[in-house]
Each structure stands twice: as C-alpha cells, then as structure tokens.
Design a protein around this ligand. Structure first.
Ligand code: LMR
Length: 472
C-alpha cells in the first residue's frame, strides 16, 4: 500500500455471533489491544433493549429532564470552516440548556423536514428527467436557499444527559449492566468503581441526542481513560481516532492551528493529519454498534443520521492505563486543568481494595503511594512549623467527592487548606494558600491520619499468580 493509504488505518472490527463470544477473554483482549475498536452484534447477543434510550421513550418518561444544547453549523465531516468559509480547526459553540421534551420535538421535526426535502428532491429529479413543468421549476428556483447559507445551516446538538440517578433510570442502567465486566459502569476490574463517589459522565452514563451533522469535537477522555459508546440509532455516526502515541504530534498541530488541545473545542482536518504522517482510523458506527475507545485515544465523532448515543468511561487495571492516567494528571496540573479522576485518592483506594498480580502495576501504584504520602507529610509539617497552623482532624464522609483547589484546580488530597463560607468549603492547595493565609477563617484539615496511611502502604503487597518454583 502507498504511504498515504497506510496512514488510513483499517478499523479493528469484531463480529459477536454468540453469547459466549460476548463474555470471552478474546473480546476483552482484542479491545484492550486496539487503540479503538468497533464491535458489531454485542448488544443484539445480549438482547439489550435499546428502545429504552430512544427519543420516543425518553420524551414519554423524562420530558422535563435537563439537556445541554450546542448550536452548531452543519458541515461535511471533512470540512471545518469559519462562517466566512475559511478553513479552521476551531469549533466553538455556546452552551445552552433545554429539556429532553423540547429537544426530542426538535429532533423529530428536523427528521420530518428532511424527509419532506428528500421526497421533493426525488420528485424534482423525476420532473427534470421527464422535462417537468417549467412553472414548478421556476417556483423551486425562486424559493431555493442560496448555497452558502445552506452550507451553514444551524443545527442543535443535545448533549450530556445525566443518567446517574439509578432510581430514575433503573431500567436503562439494568440494560447497560448486561455488558461484559470490562465494559461495565460498575465492576471490580474498572478503576472508576474504586473511587467511592460519582464522577458524572465517567462512572455514570450520559446520553447524546443528535441530528445529522452534530459533532463531538476532538478529545482524549478525562485522564486518558478508556470509554464505551453505544449507538442507539436509528441513524449512523462517523468516527475518527488517532492512537495515543501521536498525542504530541497532534498537540503541535493544534498549537499551529491556534487551538488549545485540552481547553478548546476543535475539529481536525482528516487530510491534513494524513499529510503530516499521523495515522487515523475512520469508520461508521451503525445502530446497535459499540465503540471501544482505548486509553488515551484521540477521537471525534459526527452524526450522519438521526441517532441517540449512550456512553461512559471505564478504566482497565493495566500498567498502560494507570501510567497514562498518572501522566495526564501531571500534565493537567501544569496546564491548570482539572483532572476529573482524582488520581491520588484513586491510588490509595486501589491499594486498599485491589489484589494486584502484575509486578509493573504493583510498582507503579507503590511509587505513586510513597510520593503522595511524602508530599502530604511535607505539607503537614510545613503548615505547622512555618505557617504556625494546627492541624484539625476531620475524616472524609462516605461518598464525598474529591477536593480541588479553588485557584489552580489541582486535586488537594488529605492535607487541606479550607475556609468555610456560607456552609460551603473553599479549598486551597499548599501553593495557593500562601495568597490567602492572612485572610480570616483558613484552617488546615487532615482527612486520614498518617499511621493509617502507613498501614495501607505496608499492607499493599504483590500477589504473584505464578510464583517461581522453590529450589530444594
Ligand atoms: C458522542 O457519542 O457524541 C460522544 O459521546 C462521543 C464520545 O466521545 O464518546
């Protein structure tokens, strides 16, 4: 194949034909070995009732639920231009709010209008072919929308519907729980199930409602976690994916194109990536298809039909996933960007809950624990000796989320500088508290005592499955 063709990577696709295939180790290995993968037949074999996620069902049962709306300009997936027609990677849209009922009505009326337009086109073509009546032709020409305007039709994207309420969405979540464990929202083998609290859209599902042209701009999942996305249909979605190894090349291109990889919405140009030697996966996700997005994979999605999608994150407990998540955590700190996965908290949870059998995973977790323990001890000693503050002990309540610095957005773990304001806490890290230390009401709080952490650290051991034979 010529070099350009080689960069257009063939999609890793798997057809699931039996229920046994769904639960097989091969499927898990196939997914975990692919940057991105398309899985046909899985939802059918599991007899999942995807109609519970249809617009009809959602409008009937949850018409008043909130939905985030993005106004977008309808363009071909290979194109992203400004309103003046100049190529750009920037893809901004204002955030608005609506209800499922209103968005559903919009999606349906858009669908009906497009059906009408299609049948008019067919009729016009027939008329053209057979001569047609010139009066009707004239009428059509007069009413036709000029090309430039047509190119920029404004369409609404209904995004981030929160399905975290397990009472309200019991039926939907029961369907999703049929997934094989490595794809489940809640599973012992999923890092995110060890957090002990909900991170919306990560260890809880979110839904997307789309009309043709709606775009999810290019991104890597929070902290490079893997994700699972099901197209409920009826229409298709077109997917693009770039493996994690090309992150830095794509990041450089983003800078050149004037967008910030992490913080701005952007739509890369497919051909430009290929020309730069960056391989891209490109494929169609049909109704019922599941897309596995591997750890760190850069991806972007455009609806080519009318469809709803449901998605969530998963974290395989593998060296690759943990190393990427930890690396992204540090990069986010440098970029002053919140890591939705509080990695320090997570590593301590893993040490408490998980039986680790892989030496590399064990060493990585242990390394993170010792660094986090040393840092917390250093901050506590510094607060007492240099800031002359006395540390108050206040254990974390079950289900409490992670804490983030109000100024620089980093996770503040275990030794926390906080001020109570109108029954809410304002939290600061050890760096930012220096700007506030003379203000009234700032305390330093410790959530887990050091002796308890030392015990967790010492009790965390490697459980070798195949121990080397003992020589007599
Ligand atoms: C979508 O379906 O549009 C998005 O959720 C894509 C994604 O990143 O899962």
């Amino acid at each position: 194949r010529d070099p350009e063709e080689k960069l257009k990577r063939p999609t890793p696709v798997i057809n699931i034909e039996t229920r046994k295939d769904v639960m097989s180790l091969e499927l898990q290995k196939f997914c975990e070995g692919s940057p991105i993968a398309l899985i046909h037949g899985l939802t059918t074999q599991l007899r999942m009732d995807l109609s519970l996620f249809s617009t009809k069902h959602m409008m009937e049962y949850f018409p008043m639920e909130q939905i985030e709306i993005r106004d977008q300009l309808k363009m071909d997936p290979d194109v992203n231009v400004t309103v003046n027609g100049e190529p750009t990677w920037e893809c901004t849209s204002e955030k608005k709010w609506s209800t499922i009922g209103d968005y559903g009505a919009y999606q349906i009326s858009h669908f009906k209008a497009s059906l009408k337009e299609d049948s008019e086109k067919v009729r016009a073509e027939k008329n053209n072919k057979y001569g047609g009546d010139s009066q009707a032709k004239r009428r059509r020409t007069q009413n036709a929308i000029p090309d430039e305007t047509r190119q920029f039709q404004v369409i609404k994207f209904g995004t981030n519907i929160d399905l975290s309420d397990d009472v309200k969405y019991k039926r939907q979540l029961t369907e999703l729980a049929k997934m094989p464990p490595f794809c489940r929202i809640i599973a012992g083998c999923n890092l995110l199930s060890h957090l002990g609290h909900t991170v919306l859209g990560m260890n809880s599902a979110q839904m997307y409602m789309k009309v043709p042209g709606n775009r999810t701009t290019a991104h890597v999942e929070n902290n490079c976690l893997a994700s699972v996305n099901i197209n409920v249909g009826p229409g298709d979605c077109e997917w693009f994916g770039v493996p994690y190894e090309y992150w830095s090349a794509v990041n450089e291109l983003c800078t050149k194109e004037g967008v910030n990889f992490l913080k701005n919405p952007w739509w890369p140009n497919f051909q430009q990536l290929i020309n730069e030697g960056i391989p891209v996966y490109r494929f169609t996700q049909k109704a019922g298809d599941l897309v596995w997005v591997g750890p760190g994979c850069i991806h972007w999605v455009q609806a080519t039909g009318y469809c709803n999608n449901v998605a969530w994150n998963v974290g395989p407990i593998s060296y690759n996933q943990l190393a990427m998540a930890a690396h992204q955590y540090e990069w986010n700190k440098l970029q002053k960007y919140t890591s939705l996965v509080p990695m320090q908290h997570l590593f301590w949870q893993l040490a408490k809950n998980v039986r680790v059998t892989q030496p590399r995973v064990y060493m990585l977790i242990r390394g993170m624990l010792i660094r986090s323990l040393c840092y917390a001890k250093f901050v506590a000693t510094w607060a007492e000796s240099k800031l002359h503050m006395s540390i108050m002990s206040q254990p974390k309540k079950q289900g409490d989320g992670a804490l983030y610095c109000k100024d620089c957005l980093v996770e503040v773990w275990n030794v926390i500088f906080a001020r109570e304001l109108k029954e809410k806490f304002q939290v600061y890290c050890a760096h930012c508290v220096l700007k506030h230390k003379d203000e009234n009401g700032i305390h330093v709080i410790q959530q887990i005592p050091f002796p308890e952490l030392v015990t967790i650290y010492n009790d965390f051991q490697l459980h070798m499955i195949n121990k080397p034979p003992v020589l007599a």
